[in-house]
Design a protein around this ligand. Structure first.
Ligand code: FAD
Ligand code: DHB
Length: 390
């Protein structure tokens, strides 16, 4: 089999890239190692930036998002018995975010591409990416137990942090910069209407908590735990008690309901450079990971593939490779800005093991500053709703 663009991985990055290329008349094949039900059911991110929503609209993939997505014009910060709402439109020239789950973005993209006759190949595990220094790279994969080869003009690694594409960058070229944070997130889904209309990010002496949602009927809740925490050690009651102890304000507690899923996610920051070598490009989590506190992982994956789709389309239409040549530098500027914001949100709101009172006072001073200064609040708001795409 031959295609113009071989896409390794059918998460949000790979699926949106194939959708954007399809709309531009550039053919591609998505190879995804898991089955469709698994990919559509994987619980992950929930907040879409303005520019992510714009990109999905541009891809003709926002019909359900525009009906069912929840537009949010602010978030609430809580700390030291105080609270402050950061208003997005007034601080950002009218920008906002949407709560719409990654699972739904993935379902919408798969349905559209399938209807267009360009369905991803599921159960197709890529084993090797070769000849990226030539104009005819090859991708070896196992499909339903059979070894197959896909030849192509370009390969894009959208295969997440544990994929194979990153390791296909030659050792002498690849640099990975990493920070492992000393805490994880305990995340739960609960069948109960959210207790607050907007997301709440809470700093507390017991550690960080985040109140989010998936729909008017379903709450999504997170709280900081030590690395290595086993979710099975926590009863439902203990989870709700902990969330209340960290987020309650003026004695108002959360409405409780059945917890339907739970998991623990370690927090990690990582960037691999360059994001391109020869005919191989990296996009999304394959190139970078951010801790989730800034709600950026999915959004950063989307901005990479918007830049890449534009560059590949330009190459096909004009023969000019200038945008492809600039891809890595163009993306990395936004990647590092987003790494900084995600680290800022994480270190401002979490409590490190053995954290000193001095460090806690610095965090509280920073949160007080955001409440007191529209300039400090605007810096948070502009990053949270997402900087304009490159
Ligand atoms: P992925 O979604 O990881 O997709 C990669 C795809 O490649 C997968 O479908 C995988 O099966 C496939 N693949 C891997 N190897 C191969 C191979 N060899 N051959 C073929 N296919 C392969 N972000 C937030 O903002 N908020 C959150 O709450 C949040 N929670 C998260 C929880 C978890 C457990 C994880 C891992 C991430 C979370 N993120 C969160 C980050 C966000 O979900 C990611 O940034 C986003 O999924 C990135 O999309 P992607 O397409 O680049 O990668
Ligand atoms: C959600 C996840 C995040 O990482 C975040 O910062 C806000 C919301 C969510 O899953 O709803």
């Amino acid at each position: 089999m031959h295609t113009t663009v071989a896409i390794v991985g059918g998460g949000p990055a790979g699926l949106l890239l194939s959708r954007l290329l399809h709309r531009a008349g550039v053919d591609s094949v998505v190879l995804e190692r898991r089955d469709r039900a698994y990919v559509e059911g994987r619980q992950r991110a929930g907040v879409l930036e303005q520019s992510t929503v714009d990109a999905l609209r541009e891809a003709g993939a926002a019909e359900r998002l525009d009906r069912q997505g929840l537009a949010h014009d602010g978030v609430e910060l809580r700390w030291a018995g105080r609270s402050h709402r950061v208003d997005f439109p007034s601080l950002t020239g009218g920008r906002r975010v949407w709560v719409y789950a990654q699972t739904e973005v993935v379902k919408d993209l798969i349905a559209l591409q399938t209807a267009a006759g360009a369905a991803p190949y599921f159960d197709a595990e890529v084993r090797a990416i070769e000849h990226i220094d030539t104009d005819r790279p090859t991708v070896r994969y196992l499909h339903q137990g059979q070894e197959k080869v896909l030849t192509c003009g370009y390969v894009v690694g959208c295969d997440g942090h544990h994929g194979v594409a990153r390791t296909a960058l030659p050792r002498g070229v690849r640099r990975t910069h990493e920070r492992v944070h000393p805490y994880s997130w305990f995340g739960v889904m609960a069948d109960v209407p959210p207790s607050c209309d907007e997301l709440v990010y809470a700093h507390s002496p017991r550690g960080f908590a985040l109140l989010s949602m998936r729909s008017p009927e379903v709450s999504r809740l997170y709280f900081q735990v030590p690395n290595g925490t086993d979710p099975a050690d926590w009863s439902d009651e203990r989870i709700w008690d902990e969330l209340d102890a960290r987020s309650a304000l003026d004695g108002r507690t959360l409405t409780r309901g059945p917890i339907t899923s739970r998991s623990v996610l370690p927090l990690r920051s990582s960037v691999t450079e360059p994001m391109r070598h020869g005919r191989l490009f990296l996009a999304g989590d394959a190139a970078h990971i951010v801790p989730p506190t800034g709600a950026k992982g999915l959004n950063l994956a989307v901005s990479d593939v918007v830049v890449l789709a534009r560059a590949l389309t330009h190459r096909q239409r004009t023969g000019d490779t200038a945008l492809l040549d600039a891809y890595s530098d163009t993306c990395l500027r936004r990647v590092w800005r987003t790494e900084h914001f995600s680290s800022f949100m994480t270190t401002t709101l979490h409590t490190g093991p053995g954290q000193s009172e001095f460090d806690t006072r610095l965090q509280i001073s920073q949160l007080d500053r955001i409440a007191a200064s529209p300039h400090a609040a605007a810096e948070l708001a502009l990053n949270y709703v997402g900087l304009p795409l490159p």
